[in-house]
Design a protein around this ligand. Structure first.
Ligand code: SF4
Length: 425
């Protein structure tokens, strides 16, 4: 079962939750808490991102954290690479709207400093923090403070001994690196752990996480590392993360893009919403691909609708459809939609026509109805439908069918051609 946060079919946005119901059950993992955010154990899949500011620059870092939280990040990671960064975290953590994880490489003192600063999580890279005694010291401190640690294995910075033993960065090598680190933690009685086995190769990352999921019951943090700038970086991240999520693997995700991290947070959130793994927060605009029946410039109207609706926190799926002949039926699963016909827009809710508006008011009408739909609910807005709307829509449909026939896409002609070509006639 995909696990949307719980919405009923009668509420706007329910269509996102319904999409998740076709996914296989999530693989059971133990649950940890990064501050107020539960990870694993059936908790909603969370979105992470990482600041790009100097952590010592408290105001700039906090401004970015707020932007990331607004874009959909549930947890934000900040580098803690120097004492000034640890000191910055002491100011950032109490003012942050989301839990903060400190990213630690090479220097275990920075992990201890970050714990003093009050961070809600640590990420350790076993590839470059290698001394057993230091790792155990950090784990003991984290244990005493109830702070979880991510064992963040990275194919590009794998422990040299492990790399040697496996002849390279293989799925087995990545998982072995996490196992070694976990064994150190367990020796000091620390199990509050999540694990990542990232690689920049999508296929390696997928294989490594599958193996990790078979090996550990700890929550898994998914990501394709160093994916690069969008759109290729987005595609790589999605290929890896979505493949695993669709198999029920993964408890928290991060896109690693060479871009403003707000794009990472937004992409993470949008992916989870698209897969029905999180309830929708903002609009999901869908549009028909357009065809010979289209009565409007579908691309132009869809773009205008997207711009007008985005960022209003309207958790609804909105459809822009090129014609009234098929549009309302094809998009009957959408919470709200508009279909074009004879210089008019037919506004529909769950496939039922509720208003007919002039073509130049389509986008405006969509925004107004989306706001009312969210405020009043589907039933109330269906009950408030204009009395003559269905009849006016039916008239447009009939006239268009008469004008264009039932084969506006000339499919019949094509079928004839195919028959002639195939039969040689
Ligand atoms: S039939 Fe209508 S709604 Fe369907 S693709 Fe063509 S224009 Fe769009």
């Amino acid at each position: 079962m995909g696990q949307p946060e719980g919405s009923s079919e009668a509420s706007p946005g329910a269509s996102a939750a319904l999409e998740g119901k076709w996914l296989p059950p999530r693989r059971p993992t133990r649950q940890i808490h990064v501050g107020s955010v539960a990870v694993g154990g059936g908790a909603p899949v969370s979105v992470q991102s990482m600041t790009t500011t100097k952590t010592a620059d408290v105001e700039a870092t906090l401004a970015q954290i707020y932007d990331l939280a607004a874009a959909g990040a549930d947890i934000v990671r900040c580098t803690c690479n120097e004492q000034a960064a640890a000191e910055g975290l002491a100011h950032i953590v109490p003012r942050s709207p989301v839990p903060i994880v400190a990213d630690i490489h090479f220097h275990h003192e920075m992990a201890l400093g970050a714990l003093e600063a009050g961070v809600q999580g640590l990420r350790l890279n076993p590839g470059n923090l290698r001394k057993e005694a230091e790792i155990k010291l950090v784990a003991s401190e984290a244990r005493d403070r109830g702070v979880p640690i991510r064992i963040g294995v990275n194919a590009g910075s794998l422990h040299p001994e492990v790399y040697e033993r496996y002849g390279g960065a293989t799925p087995e090598a990545l998982v072995e690196s996490a196992k070694i680190e976990l064994a150190y933690f367990e020796e000091v009685g620390f199990e509050d752990v999540k694990i990542s086995v990232k690689a920049s190769s999508v296929s390696l990352m997928i294989a490594a996480y599958r193996l990790a999921s078979d090996t550990f019951d700890h929550p898994l943090h998914l990501g394709v590392t160093e994916a690069g700038p969008p759109p290729a970086g987005l595609l790589k991240g999605t290929a890896g993360i979505a493949t695993l999520l669709a198999e029920g693997i993964g408890d928290t995700i991060r896109y690693s893009l060479t871009a403003d991290p707000v794009e990472e947070a937004r992409a993470g959130r949008q992916l989870l919403e698209a897969m029905g793994l999180r309830d929708r927060r903002d609009v999901d605009l869908i549009a028909c691909p357009s065809c010979g029946r289209a009565e409007i410039d579908v691309i132009g109207v869809a773009k205008a609708a997207q711009e007008a609706l985005e960022g209003r926190n309207l958790p609804v799926q909105v459809a822009v459809m090129g014609c009234v002949v098929n549009g309302p039926g094809e998009a009957r699963h959408a919470d709200l939609g508009i279909a074009a016909g004879r210089k008019r827009g037919h506004l529909f809710i769950r496939g039922k026509i509720v208003r007919v508006v002039p073509e130049d008011q389509m986008v405006e009408a969509l925004v107004e109805e989306a706001e009312r739909l969210v405020a009043e609910g589907v039933e109330a807005r269906l009950a408030a439908a204009d009395a003559g709307a269905e009849a006016a829509a039916e008239e447009d449909r009939r006239e268009l069918l008469e004008a264009k026939g039932s084969d506006a896409n000339h499919a019949g002609q094509r079928v004839e051609l195919i028959r002639k070509t195939v039969s040689g006639g």
